[in-house]
Each structure stands twice: as structure tokens, then as C-alpha cells.
Ligand binder design. Structure first.
Ligand SMILES: Nc1ncnc2c1ncn2[C@@H]1O[C@H](COP(=O)(O)OP(=O)(O)OP(=O)(O)O)[C@@H](O)[C@H]1O
Ligand SMILES: [Mg+2]
Length: 334
């Protein structure tokens, strides 16, 4: 089991109130992602759950037991950090076995669990190497292995992939998702990368300045963001926001249109502008469009075959069924 409940949890560092009263329930077996801009409190929240920080007030409950005052090692959670925090003088085998040695697990069982973890993480051939002889991705797998052998009630990951290059990140992202499918253990994963959040999560928690802006599945957040912040944070390239007269036609202070929901044409459309920059990704092309009279820049995601160049006139038509409307306070109008 691994159901985690935060009740009215707050955290201050001196006068800095980093987490105002916050409630959150993470169901057993769920893959939950905390996402939000730098400094919004993601790591603090994770460290509070782990017990590495003390709550200023409120309660943390794991599987019906109040653990607010319980030490980190007794909470049954395993944390994996961005910096792998491996022991450089120990072999991979010893690094993975370390928490079990501390807990006094018998040697034969240690060896068995190290082998099982090494097999599932493709580390069998590296067990006798030291961390310095491994790639970044292999080191992160060792850190995950060390978490797995503890058989925790939940895994807590704090930006585990941000030291890796782009290709490795994608590979490790899949490995962690597969690991979750196999083990069905509760996982909480912190990232500021909304693509990681969208692709990995059962449930995303979007944070801003310590406040939960929205909790939902990736598609709920994408389709029905409850405010402009979530709308702008989830989705890449970002949603376009348009105010003024055009928004007023829709009965809103602001409308939001995702780049992939705008059709482009050389001949006709609802809006007209000039192409400033074209970014060719091969599969898709992003056009950044000026002089629309709607916003400084409108970004459009078109098929990779579509071709416009700098200075071309371009006509745009939004898909009306997916235009988002927001009121003066930035809240979604339904
Ligand atoms: N020990 C501390 N003492 C004082 N302030 C702290 C401490 N730890 C964190 N903070 C502050 O709390 C806020 C939240 O920090 P936190 O590390 O949780 O952010 P984050 O969302 O993980 O950001 P990042 O994406 O950059 O890792 C920040 O304003 C930070 O400066
Ligand atoms: Mg952080």
C-alpha cells in the first residue's frame, strides 16, 4: 500500500512562507507528477513527504498512519535525486546493497535483491564497476536500483533525469514508466518539464508559489485548464493568449488558442499576419507570426510539409470548438 495524504500542510523557512495551507491525496499505486516553475515548492513538498523537512503545521498520513513526526528512515519511502548521490569508492553492487546493509538484511538476501534489481535495470554487467566508470544514465539506474531494493511503499523522484542528455532522458523516462507499470508502486515525480509530466503521469499536480493550481490527468489539464496559468504551462509550444476586441467577441477577457488548433492558409482565414520565424522540426513546423493585431506573436504548429518563409503573409483560422475562454481573474469560463 502507498496512499499519501497531506492535510493542511504548511512550510515556512523563517519569514518565507513557501507552502501555504495545502491539501493533497495521492492514491495507492498512482504515478503523480509535481510540476511548476523553478522555486514553486516542488522539492520542498517532496522533502516534507520524505521527512527530510519538518512541516510547519499540518499532517502527513501514509496508509492511515500519521507520519508527521516520524523520521525519514521509518516512513518506508525511497527517494531518488537529480545528483545520483552514489558512493564513489563503492562498486555498483555495494551501492545498491547499501540501504539493506544499513538495515541489517542477511547477506544472501542482499545478493538476491541486488541481482533482481540489476536485471530489471540492465545493470548486471556493471555490478563490479565503480560509479566513475559509468555513464550518467547508468549512474541514475544505480540510484534507482538502490531505491528498488528497499521495497518502499512509495518512490519519490526529484528531477532524476535533468542531468542527462535529451536522448537518454527519453529512454530513462520510458524505463521509469515501465517500472511503474510492472511494480504498481506509488510514485511521486518532480519535474519542471511539462513533457515529462504529460507523458508519465496518471495525475499531475500543477504548482505555482506553493499553491496547487490544478490537479488532474494529463488530458484534463490539456483540455480544460482551470486558469490561464495552467493553460500556459501545459502544452508545447505554449497556448496563445489574445485579449482586446477579439476576445470580447467570444465574451471573455482573454481567449487561449493552442498552436496546434490553428489552421494556416496562403489564401484566406479569420486572422492575417506575417511570418517572422519558421522552425522546421521535420514532422512539424512552428510558425511565429507577427502583425496580426491580436498579440505580439501568434505561434502555430503546422504539418512539416507546410512551407512559408520570413515575411510571407499568412492567414489563420482557429478551431472554434477548442478556443479557451478566461475571465478578468484568469479563470476558465465554461
Ligand atoms: N532551506 C531553505 N531555506 C530557505 N528557503 C528555502 C529553503 N529551501 C527552499 N527554500 C525556498 O523555498 C522555495 C521553494 O523551493 P523549492 O526548492 O521547493 O523549489 P522547486 O520548485 O523545487 O524549484 P526548482 O525547480 O528550481 O528545483 C524557494 O523560494 C526557495 O528559495
Ligand atoms: Mg527542486
Amino acid at each position: 500500500m502507498g496512499r499519501i495524504v497531506l492535510e493542511n500542510v504548511t512550510k515556512s523557512f523563517g519569514d518565507a512562507h513557501v507552502i501555504p495551507p495545502l491539501d493533497l491525496t495521492i492514491e495507492d499505486g498512482e504515478f503523480t507528477v509535481f510540476v511548476g516553475p523553478s522555486g514553486c515548492g516542488k522539492s520542498t513538498l517532496l522533502r516534507l513527504i520524505a521527512g527530510l523537512e519538518e512541516t510547519t503545521s499540518g499532517r502527513i498520513v501514509i496508509d492511515d498512519a500519521d507520519v508527521t513526526e516520524v523520521s525519514p528512515s521509518k516512513r518506508g519511502l525511497a527517494m531518488v535525486f537529480q545528483s545520483y548521490a552514489l558512493y564513489p569508492h563503492m562498486t555498483v553492487r555495494k551501492n545498491i546493497a547499501f540501504p539493506m546493509r544499513m538495515a541489517g538484511v542477511p547477506e544472501s538476501e542482499q545478493e538476491e535483491r541486488v541481482m533482481a534489481a540489476a536485471k530489471s535495470l540492465n545493470l548486471v554487467d556493471y555490478l563490479d564497476r565503480k560509479p566513475g566508470q559509468l555513464s550518467g544514465g547508468q549512474r541514475q539506474r544505480v540510484a534507482i536500483g538502490r531505491a528498488i531494493v528497499r521495497d518502499p511503499t512509495a518512490f519519490l523522484f526529484d528531477e532524476p533525469l535533468s542531468n542527462l542528455d535529451a536522448a537518454l532522458r527519453v529512454g530513462m523516462r520510458l524505463e521509469i514508466s515501465e517500472m511503474h507499470e510492472r511494480m504498481k508502486t506509488t510514485m511521486i515525480y518532480v519535474t519542471h518539464d511539462q513533457v515529462e509530466a504529460m507523458t508519465m503521469a496518471d495525475k499531475i499536480v500543477v504548482l505555482q508559489a506553493g499553491v496547487i493550481e490544478q490537479v488532474g490527468t494529463p488530458l484534463e489539464l490539456y483540455r480544460t485548464p482551470r486558469n490561464k496559468f495552467v493553460a500556459g504551462f501545459i502544452g508545447s509550444p505554449k497556448m496563445n493568449f489574445i485579449t482586446g476586441e477579439e476576445a470580447a467577441h467570444y465574451g471573455a477577457e482573454t481567449i487561449g488558442v493552442r498552436p496546434e488548433h490553428i489552421q494556416v492558409s496562403a489564401d484566406s482565414g479569420k486572422w492575417t499576419g506575417k511570418v517572422s520565424v519558421s522552425e522546421h522540426l521535420g514532422s512539424d513546423t512552428f510558425f511565429h507570426i507577427h502583425d496580426t493585431g491580436l498579440a505580439d506573436t501568434i505561434t502555430v504548429r503546422a504539418d512539416g510539409e507546410v512551407s512559408f518563409k520570413h515575411g510571407d503573409t499568412i492567414h489563420l483560422t482557429p478551431r472554434e470548438d477548442v478556443v479557451h475562454k478566461f475571465d478578468a481573474a484568469g479563470l476558465r469560463i465554461t
